[in-house]
Design a protein around this ligand. Structure first.
Ligand code: FE2
Length: 309
């Protein structure tokens, strides 16, 4: 009888019983960080459910939406990363881990279109590998420490969308690895490459993230930008984007990634320039100094491979 009462006392009978029961079930988690994260996630998830009191139909809709994130994720599209981006989660994670307080260049989210393994390039190479519309862009700069000392041999992994609004992995009209390339700095920390001026583009809207944006009456546009991963031995890897767009477009970034410090000075040239002879007008130049802080380099796992198997 005593045993029966003990078992019965552990059974769930009210809303208040659920959270303690789940936390108790997780109490044996050995990894302390996993235990902390999952206990907090459970408490917040239960509080969210108790606050909003979803109907069973709403719960089914939510589960279907989460499942659809997986169904719309493949080698060329990562809907899970995109969902984290449009909900502001990626930018929160970015700001927690990269506050820029040591004088380093501000970071920005990786986004869903980094595929890694881009071709090695020499300084000055053009990353437009197939016919790509848009005015030419000459981008140059330096990679330094926060003290301004040049970093030789730093690696810059560069990628951007075509001005048609698509990354090459989304667009059969672009060559493989169009607008992607890896550069290294010279002895004085300098680098330069040629491309086309980036344009704003919509994030993919043919999946569950698009459904959510439409339901929330949100536009899908990102301001024009070029992605960079800048890395060097002895320095924390910088994942960032350099922006070029109107103040309205920057403030309205659908993934909340634009920051003032990483808006580039893209200069439009409407007259011939002696440094850039025979270049069709107009063309653009941009110069930017990336500053790295000391630390351990690390590289992100690409959200996509870019090639359909
Ligand atoms: Fe992007």
């Amino acid at each position: 009888m005593q045993q029966h009462l003990t078992i019965e006392s552990k059974l769930i009978s009210t809303l208040d019983d659920v959270t303690p029961a789940v936390l108790s079930a997780m109490a044996g988690t050995q990894d302390p960080r996993l235990r902390t994260i999952m206990e907090s996630a459970t408490r917040h998830l239960h509080a969210f459910i108790l606050e909003t009191r979803p109907t069973e139909a709403e719960f089914e809709t939510a589960l279907q939406w989460i499942a659809a994130l997986g169904h719309h994720t493949d080698e060329t599209n990562n809907e899970v990363v995109l969902a984290a981006d449009v909900l502001g989660a990626s930018t929160l994670i970015d700001l927690i881990n990269n506050d820029g307080m040591q004088g380093e260049t501000m970071s920005a989210l990786l986004g869903p279109f980094y595929r890694g393994k881009a071709p090695d390039c020499s300084c000055g190479d053009c990353i437009a590998r197939s016919k790509t519309p848009g005015p030419k862009l000459f981008f140059k700069g330096r990679v330094t420490g926060v003290d301004g000392a040049p970093i030789a041999g730093a690696q810059l992994d560069v990628w951007q969308a075509s001005p048609v609004g698509l990354y090459e992995n989304q667009d059969p009209d672009q060559d493989d690895f169009n607008l992607r390339g890896v550069f290294r700095t010279d002895a004085d920390g300098s680098f330069h490459f040629t491309s086309v001026k980036p344009a704003g583009y919509p994030v993919p809207t043919d999946g569950p993230v698009g459904d959510l944006l439409r339901a929330q009456r949100r536009h899908p546009m990102r301001p024009a930008h070029i992605h960079f991963i800048v890395s060097a031995p002895g320095h924390k890897t910088l994942i960032t984007q350099i922006f070029s767009d109107t103040p309205e477009a920057l403030a309205g970034d659908v993934v909340f990634g634009a920051k003032q410090q990483i808006v580039g000075d893209f200069v439009e040239h409407r007259e011939p320039h002696p440094d850039y002879p025979d270049v069709p007008l107009p063309f653009f130049t941009c110069e930017y100094q990336f500053r790295l802080t000391p630390g351990e380099p690390s590289y992100p796992v690409p959200p996509i491979s870019g090639t359909k198997s």
